[in-house]
Design a protein around this ligand. Structure first.
Ligand SMILES: Nc1ncnc2c1ncn2[C@@H]1O[C@H](COP(=O)(O)OP(=O)(O)OP(=O)(O)O)[C@@H](O)[C@H]1O
Ligand SMILES: Nc1nc2c(c(=O)[nH]1)N[C@H]1C(S)=C(S)[C@@H](COP(=O)(O)O)O[C@H]1N2
Length: 164
């Protein structure tokens, strides 16, 4: 199956043009390596309403299979990406989020303050990643081995699971 994705960078500095968005670029690179077509990339400030609306537009209007966000998963007052994600998902997928946190804890104790959420809205998988390029690389690498299988199942593929 072919999958189409959107990448959402949630960053005040990035959205003001004060810092090059290396993290969004890293997500795009990693998804393309998996032959997932990245159809939309957006950079928005850490505003909960704007994050929520962007997630709704990309899933409902654009019909994307996957949305990956980067940034705003921590605990500062303007880290609101998980809160916006929780507002829009129908189902949580805690296994993916916990796998990322668990592996990340082997690299940095700061991983325990990422509140990243993974969930499903309709037939769109939404994955939150931390803001730093390193956080993107390390977290996305954890879920990549199960990503296409998850996307197939979300689209209703009922063939038997071939366990790797
Ligand atoms: N989109 C990005 N591109 C490149 N580096 C980033 C990006 N987002 C975050 N970083 C790096 O990760 C660090 C921690 O990210 P954090 O989300 O706390 O950023 P911030 O600069 O405090 O906030 P904001 O990105 O919303 O302006 C930043 O200081 C920066 O070095
Ligand atoms: N694997 C991994 N996880 C990580 C990091 C990292 O560098 N590598 N950064 C951590 C840091 S420093 C923070 S504050 C939280 C939240 O990051 P965010 O607020 O930029 O989303 O993610 C954490 N998770």
């Amino acid at each position: 199956m072919e999958f189409q994705a959107g990448v959402v960078t949630v960053s005040d500095k990035g959205s003001r043009g004060e810092r090059e968005d290396l993290s969004g670029k890293e997500v795009v690179r990693m998804l393309q390596e998996l032959s997932i077509l990245v159809r939309e990339t957006v950079i928005i400030p850490d505003e909960q309403d704007q994050i929520r609306q962007t997630l709704i537009d990309l899933s409902d209007k654009k019909g994307l299979d996957l949305i990956v966000t980067t940034g705003g998963t921590g605990v500062t007052p303007r880290d609101l990406t998980p809160d916006a994600t929780l507002e829009v998902i129908d189902k949580a997928l805690p296994g993916m989020a916990e796998a990322m946190r668990q592996e990340s804890l082997k690299k940095t104790p700061h991983a325990m303050i990422s509140r990243a959420v993974v969930g499903i809205r309709g037939q769109t998988l939404i994955i939150n990643l931390p803001g730093s390029p390193r956080g993107v690389r390390e977290n996305l690498a954890v879920v990549l081995p199960a990503l296409k299988h998850a996307l197939e199942k979300i689209k209703g593929d009922e063939t038997e699971c071939a366990t790797p």
